[in-house]
Design a binder for this molecule. Structure first.
Ligand code: F6P
Length: 324
C-alpha cells in the first residue's frame, strides 16, 4: 500500500480533526502518501482531493468541526455515483481509504468495498455514540461535557426562579447523550427512547419532587424519546396537569456538535487514526476501529452498522436512584 485517502462524512463531531491529523501523521511516519478528500463522498465523486503532509495538519488537534468539511451525498447512493467515485480513486492511485463518520458514512464505505473490493477502514465519529463495536465514538465525550456545562447554567436560572426546565438534547434515535449528561448534570428526570415510562410517571415524579421540597427541576429529553410529545408539548402537558410549576423549555441544538474536543476525544482520535492506517498496511479491510476496555479493537463494518449500542442499564438505575 502506497497511498491512503481520508475523508469525513455525515454529521461532524469534535475529534474529527484530531483523527484526520493522526491519519495524516501516521502516513508520514510510515512513509506513505496521504490524500485528503474534501466534502465526503461528494468530494470523492468530484475529485476534490489534496495532497497532505505532516505539516498540513498543524494546530488542528484542538479544533471542533472538520477541516475536510462534511456532506451528506445523494449521488453516492446510486451505482453511477459510486462508479464515478471509484474512478477518481483509481485516477489518483489511491490504494486504501479511511472514512471518519457515522452509520451512513460506513454504509457508503461498505458499498465501495462490496462493489469494487476497495480497501476501507472506518473510524467512528459521531456525538450520538450509537455505533456497535465501540464503547465510545469520537465527539461523544465532548458533547456530553458541552451539555453538562449548558445544564449547569440553566440550573442557575431555574433555581433562582423556582422553575421547571425541559431541556432537549441530540442523539437521533438513542439516549446516550441524554442519559450520561443527565446523570452528570444531576437531572431530576431523563426521558430516553430506550425506556418509555409514560407521562403519568413523569407527573408523579414531579409531584413528589415538589412535595419533598425541591423548588426547581431539570428534565432532560432525548430528541428521539418515545413519549409522543416534544419538549414544547411536554411543557403544555405539565402546565395543564400540574399548575404548581412554572415551566420553560430549552432546545440545545447544534451547539452540542461544536467546540474544542476534550482531552479524551483527542487521545482517542489519535489512537484510532494510527490503528486505521496500520490496519490498511496489514492488508485489513472492511473494519471499523473501536475501543473496548481501553483496548483498540476491529469490528467488521457490516456488524457495526447493524444496530444501535444498547443503553447502559446500570446507569439508568443510577439515574433512578439519584432522582429520589
Ligand atoms: O448524528 C448527529 C446529529 O447531531 C444527531 O444527534 C441529530 O439528530 C442530527 O445529527 C442532526 O442532523 P443535522 O445536522 O442534519 O440537522
Amino acid at each position: 500500500i502506497k497511498k491512503i485517502a481520508v475523508l469525513t462524512s455525515g454529521g461532524d463531531s469534535p475529534g474529527m480533526n484530531a483523527a484526520i491529523r493522526s491519519v495524516v501523521r501516521t502516513c508520514a511516519y510510515m512513509k506513505l502518501e496521504c490524500i485528503a478528500i474534501y466534502r465526503g463522498y461528494q468530494g470523492m465523486i468530484e475529485g476534490d482531493f489534496k495532497e497532505m503532509n505532516a505539516r498540513s495538519v498543524n494546530n488542528i488537534i484542538n479544533k471542533g468541526g472538520t477541516i475536510l468539511k462534511s456532506a451528506r451525498c445523494e449521488e453516492f447512493r446510486t451505482p453511477e455515483g459510486r462508479q464515478k467515485a471509484h474512478a477518481q480513486l483509481l485516477k489518483n492511485n489511491i490504494d486504501g481509504l479511511v472514512v471518519i463518520g457515522g452509520n451512513g458514512s460506513f454504509t457508503g464505505a461498505l458499498k465501495l468495498n462490496d462493489e469494487f473490493n476497495f480497501p476501507v477502514i472506518g473510524i467512528p465519529g459521531t456525538i450520538d455514540n450509537d455505533i456497535l463495536g465501540t464503547t465510545y465514538t469520537l465527539g461523544f465525550d465532548t458533547a456530553i461535557n458541552t451539555v453538562v456545562d449548558a445544564i449547569d447554567k440553566i440550573r442557575d436560572t431555574a433555581s433562582s426562579h423556582n422553575r421547571l426546565f425541559f431541556v432537549e438534547v441530540m442523539g437521533r434515535d438513542v439516549g446516550h447523550i441524554a442519559l450520561n449528561a443527565g446523570v452528570g448534570a444531576g437531572a431530576e428526570e431523563i426521558l430516553i427512547p430506550e425506556q418509555n415510562l409514560g407521562l403519568d410517571r413523569l407527573l408523579d415524579s414531579l409531584k413528589r419532587s415538589k412535595a419533598s421540597g425541591k423548588s426547581s427541576s431539570i428534565v432532560i429529553v432525548a430528541e428521539g424519546d418515545k413519549t409522543g410529545k416534544n419538549v414544547f408539548e411536554l411543557k403544555e402537558y405539565v402546565e395543564e396537569h400540574l399548575p404548581i410549576y412554572d415551566v420553560r423549555v430549552s432546545v440545545l441544538g447544534h451547539m452540542q456538535r461544536g467546540g474544542n474536543p476534550t482531552c479524551f476525544d483527542r487521545v482517542l482520535a489519535s489512537r484510532m487514526g494510527v490503528k486505521a492506517v496500520e490496519s490498511l498496511i496489514e492488508g485489513k479491510s472492511n473494519y471499523m476501529v473501536g475501543i473496548r476496555d481501553n483496548q483498540l479493537i476491529l469490528t467488521p463494518i457490516s456488524e457495526a452498522i447493524k444496530a444501535h449500542t444498547a443503553i447502559d442499564e446500570e446507569l439508568v438505575r443510577v439515574s433512578d436512584i439519584m432522582s429520589t
